[in-house]
Design a protein around this ligand. Sequence first.
Ligand SMILES: Cc1cc2nc3c(=O)[nH]c(=O)nc-3n(C[C@H](O)[C@H](O)[C@H](O)COP(=O)(O)O)c2cc1C
Length: 180
Amino acid sequence: MILDEIMKRKSGRAFTNKPITDEMLNSILEAGRWAPSCGNTQAWNFVVLRDANALEKAHEVLSKGNAWGKSAPVIILVTAKEDDGCPAHGLPYFAMDVGLAVQNMLLQAVHLGLMGHPTAGWNEDGLKEVTGIPDEYRIVTVVFFGYEGDFDNLDERTQENEKKPRTRKELSEIVHWNVW
Ligand SMILES: Cc1cc2nc3c(=O)[nH]c(=O)nc-3n(C[C@H](O)[C@H](O)[C@H](O)COP(=O)(O)O)c2cc1C
C-alpha cells in the first residue's frame, strides 16, 4: 500500500549528519523529475547543496526557527520561474507542478528510510546570492533531507514543536460528494 508510506512521511526536525549515498540522492531527484506538470512544462529546477562549504553558506540565511535544518546532510532548493508554468485559468500552476515534484521526492525519501522536510523559512535573496540562482527564478521551497536523528539533540523550542501531534481535517470536512 503506497498509503502506508504516505502516512509514514512526516516533516521531522531531528536529522543526523550521516551522508546520503549518490544513488539515494539520484533516485530522489529522479522521483522529482517524473512528476506530472501542466502541459508538461516541468518548470522546476533543483539546486542540490551537499558540499560542506555550500551547506555552511546556506545555513547562514536560514530563519532562526529552522536552525534544526543545519544537521541535514543535503538541502535541495526547489526553484522555478513564475511565468514558466502553464497559463491555464490564470492560475500559478508552476507552484502546483513544483509541489508535485517535491511530494514525489519526499515519498522516495521515505521509501529509502530517509526523512525530508520542506520549508518556507529562509531569506530568499540571501540564498540566491550564495547559490548564484538567477534573479528571475523564485525559490519556492527549501527541502532538508537526511536520516532521522536523536530528538534529545534538538533545542527546547524545537522539541516542543516536534511533540505536537500531526493532525488533518476529517474527510467529512473537505470532501463533497456529487454536490458542494
Ligand atoms: C510550503 C511549506 C512550507 C513549510 N515551511 C516550514 C518551515 O519553514 N518550518 C518548519 O518547521 N516546517 C515547515 N513546513 C512543514 C509543515 O509545518 C508540515 O508539513 C505540516 O505541519 C504538516 O506536518 P507533516 O508534514 O509532518 O505531516 C512547511 C511545509 C510546506 C509544504
